[in-house]
Each structure stands twice: as structure tokens, then as C-alpha cells.
Design a protein around this ligand. Structure first.
Ligand code: PLZ
Length: 445
């Protein structure tokens, strides 16, 4: 078995060259000639191999990964169960197209999704390649099933970069600027953002619902689409009661409640799904990222009576639910379950919150520390205000990178640092990473 080959990756952060090192810089030169300038790299070190929470670059630097490829390698890198499953599948067959000739792993992934997503009602799924594609399909299905057109989304939302999902995404730069025209019948309403609005969940929900009723009309709304904890928008955790109030409103008005769990799903928040925290049962859930440990796979899972209204042949795609990605998902789900990584996410939450909250006491630039499980962030402000401090965020990310740690910024104002460690990270590795983050914050403040 491939996984029994002894790993040559160390377990400690170790910087042996300037970063990026000479080999990475040479590769970056090559890149400039052939890769579109529209794609950027947060940290242009070129990766050669990885294990657990450590990435090794072409110059031999061992980098501590607090980003998991934007919440994708949720378990960690080089997970033996995943390597075995994927290797065996590549040898057996790599593709048939599920629409031509089916295979068991696709069905098994849909069984797992039906069992794991919230609610005991009958559910069916359709599999796709990317998060954006899943969101697009959820909207297609909701419109068909309700015979309505309007889609309600929120301030700070991120749902993707395709034409429809750009329209659903809130932020202009860099996602939408000059890429229009955008799809019609998308309506944006205020999100619950406790740090900035000070509203209770009930108050914030009332504000959103009133906006919908006045500006759109409930009977025109096909779906309300929401990230239960917003990702790119700044790890915004809505006030308690916000999601349950919206869910109650959607069910009493025949509106499809779609939870976009693409970033927050699969144990990331210390529950299988972020909506589980408040017992919210969405009508549809979109998943991707952590679902398949790095293989491209996404899904829409929803009430069978909605999902099955679609006419024969109405859903599909060449690669959706590819067999290699499907077995990766099955191995990922089994490993998350067998190793109780939901529990591990809660332990990581405590380590990160304790460390960041004590740091917050010492510095004037951390306005808020928030998040759940292994999805934790802090919001940087101008001292004494709640005004965004994107300069500090940039300097902290760069400090972390220079010291061999991957940390990612997010937020509408670019002023939030998020932490998405792989769940197999050790306490020592995480504490080491947090000490680098803290030093970066002190240097910036
Ligand atoms: N919905 C909630 O977080 C992807 C995007 C990074 P795709 N987030 C990372 C970037 O700058 O492109 C995301 C998400 C939520 C949808 C998506 C879209 O998923 O797989 O990137 O299409």
C-alpha cells in the first residue's frame, strides 16, 4: 500500500532559506510567462510534498499550514486512508461519467450525505466539481421546485466566481469588478454581524425579513441562501437565534432555505455542519471543500420532494461525482468519524480562543475574536474604534509567511485573519503557530 511508504516530511516548522527561497523564485519567474496574471498567489512558495499540518516547499522549508488550502484538507495532508482509497480507485478506473454508466461510490457518497446532513426527512443529492457549481445547481433546483425566481443573499456573502455565483457574492473587488453583467433576481439583505451591529439574533432576523418583505415580497422568493458562518466575508458568526428565525420564516412562506456549508461543513466548526449548532434543518445544503480531502467534489443535498422535481436529464455534467473524488469523500467521511475529529475540532477551538483572547487583552488592534471549532478568526481594527485595519492584517500575514506559517486574511474590509488548521495538527504545532501569529500581531500593533 502506498501509505506504508515512510513519510519524509518532518513534524516541525523549519525555515532553511529566505522565503520564498531560490527554487520557488525561479519557478515563479517561469509562471509569469504562462499563467494568467488574473490568478495571484498569497504566498509564492512552491510545494513539493506535505504531511499532517506541514507543507514542504521546493527549497526544503517546512511550513506550518493554518489554512488547509482554504478549508479543504480538513483532516490533514497525506491521510493514509485517503491515499489508499484514491490509489486503488485510480488503478481500477478513473472515469466513466455517471450519466453514462454509474458506479457504487457515487451512490455511497449520496447515502452518507443523506445520513449526515441535518434532518431525518428523505433526501437526495447530486454531485458536482466545485463549490460554485453546487451553489448554481441549488439555485436552479430551488427555482424549478418553487416556480419562483428571487434569490435572497446576505451582506458579506461569498458563494463563488461563476456568473450566477458572482451575482450572489457580495464583494466587488476582486471577485466581480468589470466581469458583469450579472444574473438578475438576486436580492441582498443585512447579515447579523454582532461585533458591528450589536443586534440580537431575533433583531437582526427581523431586520432581514422586513427588507425581504418590503423589497421583494415573500411569495416571489424561491430561496434564501446563507453561509451559517460566513467564510470569505470575515468568519462572521451570526448572533444566536438569527438562523432559527430565518429558517422559521422560510418554512412558513414556502421559501427554500439553502445552507451553504462549503467552507463550514464536515466537522470544521466542531459539528458535522455549522447549522447543527442551533438545530437548524435546511431544505438544501451545499457542500464541497472538506467533503473530499482535496479531490474536487461538491454536492447539493436536499429534501427529496424538492430535488426530485427536476425533469430527467436536468442535472449533470461530465465529471460531477468522479469516481476518484467519490472514494476520497468516502475515506474522508469514514476517517472523520473513526478518529472523532468533531471532538478534535472542539479542542482546537479552545486552544485558539484562549490564546487569541489573551492576546486581545494586550493589544489595541484586535477588536473581536470569534468562530467555532477549527474555524477561528480575529478582526483587526484601528485602535479605539471598530474601523477596519487592513494594513495590520497584511502585515500579520506577511510576518507569518516569513516565519514559515500559512495564515489567511479574509473579510469585506480585508481586516480579518482566519485560522483553519487541519484537524490532525498537534497541540504543540498549533501552539507554535499561534506564537508566530501573536508575534506578528504585536509587531503590527
Ligand atoms: N461557497 C461558502 O467558501 C469557496 C474561494 C477562494 P469553489 N471559498 C474559497 C477564492 O478566492 O476563489 C466557496 C465558499 C462558500 C462557495 C464557494 C465556492 O467554491 O469550489 O471555489 O467554487
Amino acid at each position: 500500500m502506498v501509505s506504508s511508504i515512510e513519510s519524509s516530511v518532518g513534524t516541525e516548522r523549519k525555515v532553511v532559506t529566505e522565503l520564498p527561497g531560490p527554487k520557488s523564485r525561479a519557478l515563479h519567474e517561469r509562471r509569469q510567462a504562462v499563467v494568467s496574471a488574473g490568478l495571484t498567489n498569497g504566498f509564492p512558495i512552491y510545494i513539493e510534498r506535505a504531511d499532517g499540518a506541514i507543507l514542504v516547499d521546493v527549497d526544503g522549508n517546512q511550513i506550518l499550514d493554518l489554512g488547509s488550502g482554504i478549508a479543504v484538507t480538513t483532516i490533514g495532508h497525506a491521510v493514509p486512508e485517503l491515499i489508499d482509497a484514491v490509489s486503488a480507485q485510480v488503478a481500477a478506473f478513473t472515469h466513466t461519467c455517471f450519466m453514462v454508466t454509474p458506479y457504487e461510490s457515487y451512490v455511497a457518497v449520496c447515502e452518507e450525505l443523506a445520513a449526515l446532513t441535518p434532518g431525518t426527512h428523505a433526501k437526495t443529492s447530486a454531485l458536482f466539481n466545485s463549490g460554485s457549481e453546487a451553489v448554481e445547481n441549488a439555485v436552479k433546483i430551488a427555482r424549478l421546485a418553487t416556480g419562483r425566481q428571487a434569490i435572497v443573499v446576505f451582506d458579506h456573502a461569498y458563494h463563488g466566481r461563476t456568473n450566477l455565483t458572482m451575482a450572489l457574492t457580495a464583494k466587488n473587488m476582486p471577485y466581480k469588478d468589470r466581469f458583469g453583467p450579472f444574473a438578475p433576481e438576486i436580492y441582498r439583505v443585512p447579515m447579523s454581524y454582532p461585533f458591528l451591529d450589536g443586534l440580537s439574533g431575533a433583531e437582526a432576523a427581523a431586520r432581514a425579513i422586513e427588507t425581504i418583505e418590503v423589497q421583494v415580497g415573500a411569495h416571489n422568493v424561491a430561496a434564501l441562501l446563507i453561509e451559517p458562518i460566513q467564510g470569505e466575508g470575515g468568519f462572521i458568526v451570526p448572533a444566536d437565534g438569527f438562523l432559527p428565525a430565518l429558517s422559521e420564516w422560510t418554512s412558513s412562506h414556502g421559501v427554500v432555505f439553502i445552507a451553504d456549508e462549503i467552507q463550514s461543513g464536515f466537522c470544521r466548526t466542531g459539528d458535522w455542519f455549522a447549522v447543527d449548532h442551533e438545530g437548524v434543518i435546511p431544505d438544501m445544503v451545499t457542500t464541497a471543500k472538506g467533503l473530499a480531502g482535496g479531490m474536487p467534489l461538491a454536492a447539493v443535498t436536499g429534501r427529496a420532494e424538492l430535488m426530485n422535481q427536476v425533469h430527467e436529464g436536468g442535472l449533470g455534467g461530465t465529471y460531477g461525482g468522479n469516481p476518484v473524488a467519490a472514494v476520497a469523500a468516502l475515506a474522508t467521511i469514514k476517517t472523520l468519524r473513526d478518529r472523532n475529529l468533531v471532538g478534535r475540532a472542539r479542542e482546537l477551538e479552545k486552544i485558539m480562543l484562549d490564546s487569541l483572547r489573551s492576546l486581545q487583552q494586550d493589544v489595541a488592534i484586535i477588536g473581536d475574536v470569534r468562530g467555532r471549532g477549527a474555524m477561528i478568526a480575529f478582526e483587526l481594527v484601528q485602535p479605539g474604534t471598530k474601523n477596519p485595519n487592513a494594513t495590520a492584517a497584511k502585515s500579520i500575514v506577511s510576518y507569518c509567511n516569513q516565519n514559515g506559517v500559512i495564515a489567511l486574511a479574509c473579510g469585506t474590509g480585508g481586516n480579518v485573519i482566519r485560522m483553519l488548521p487541519p484537524l490532525v495538527i498537534t497541540d504543540e504545532q498549533l501552539r507554535d503557530g499561534l506564537s508566530v501569529v501573536a508575534a506578528g500581531v504585536r509587531a503590527a500593533g
